[in-house]
Design a protein around this ligand. Structure first.
Ligand SMILES: [Zn+2]
Length: 264
């Protein structure tokens, strides 16, 4: 069994990414493969990239985000890999925000350059990044499900948070099964202080009772009935974590498209 590297104690000390060239490459790949590109103004000179792919008869609308924590490089790298593979099904319109915290990546730290954890700002919208992001989300239709790509340096393997208040058919087991050949699964019964089972956390959360919202709370409240936060274990080698996120995203989209008849 693959072991943890053991180098990430108290924080993430692994690989960082050169975010500006990476985002140019992501944009270039998107344009080459027919994605519409949105550039979201986020204060000062900062811009946040968003990509949209539409098909003639979409059965699903799917939203994917990555890179809201600047010390979690596998998310934006997984987006680049997915765009390079360009192996999307014809059943879904897809929206992607490849990197919500570009200034954090320049410092290889969780927060933005201004010291804000952007993934706690979706209730009060104090930062220019999240103000811009929410304004952009408000201009998009609702999504059938959302996938937020993250990493966790404390994790013993991949795991996923599910928010599914309407008890829709779950995609979580499919994702974990698809990730298992690529990356260890965290089988802890307690992850991040929450009860977990076979790499899946299904927290009972009432967002209105919580003062600081992560992106997933905003999405489940305003944009979608089904939200997943995918967590790759960042104390493992980077290519494994990228493969884990790519496998999770790919399997969720495939499962959703096979389970739902086409809307005509
Ligand atoms: Zn994160």
């Amino acid at each position: 069994m693959m072991q943890r590297l053991g180098k990430n104690n108290g924080a993430y000390f692994g690989e960082s990414i050169d975010v500006i060239p990476l985002l140019s490459e992501v944009r270039e790949l998107g344009t080459r493969h027919g994605w519409a590109v949105d550039v979201i103004p986020a204060g000062n000179e900062l811009k946040i990239l968003a990509l949209r792919r539409t098909v003639p008869r979409p059965a699903q609308r799917i939203y994917i985000s990555a890179g809201i924590h600047g010390d979690e490089p596998a998310g934006p790298l997984a987006v680049r890999e997915l765009l390079a593979r360009n192996n999307w099904p014809d059943c879904a319109d897809i929206w992607i925000c490849p990197c919500l915290n570009p200034t954090g990546f320049q410092l290889n730290k969780r927060e933005s350059a201004h010291g804000a954890d952007l993934n706690r700002d979706y209730r009060h919208l104090r930062t220019a990044e999240i103000q811009g992001h929410v304004r952009w989300l408000e201009a998009q239709p609702s999504f059938d499900f959302c996938l937020c790509l993250h990493e966790d340096w404390e994790a013993h393997g991949f795991y996923v948070y599910e928010l599914n208040p309407q008890s829709r058919p779950s995609l979580a087991e499919h994702m974990v099964a698809a990730v298992r050949p690529e990356c260890p699964i965290d089988h802890s019964t307690l992850i991040d202080g929450r009860e977990a089972r076979d790499g899946i956390i299904r927290p009972h959360i009432e967002p209105t009772q919580r003062p600081d919202w992560p992106e997933a709370f905003y999405l489940i409240t305003h944009k979608t009935p089904l939200s997943y936060t995918l967590e790759a274990p960042s104390d493992f080698p980077l290519p494994i974590r990228i493969n884990a996120l790519v496998a999770g995203v790919t399997s969720a989209i495939q499962q959703a498209c096979t389970a739902v008849p086409l809307k005509i």
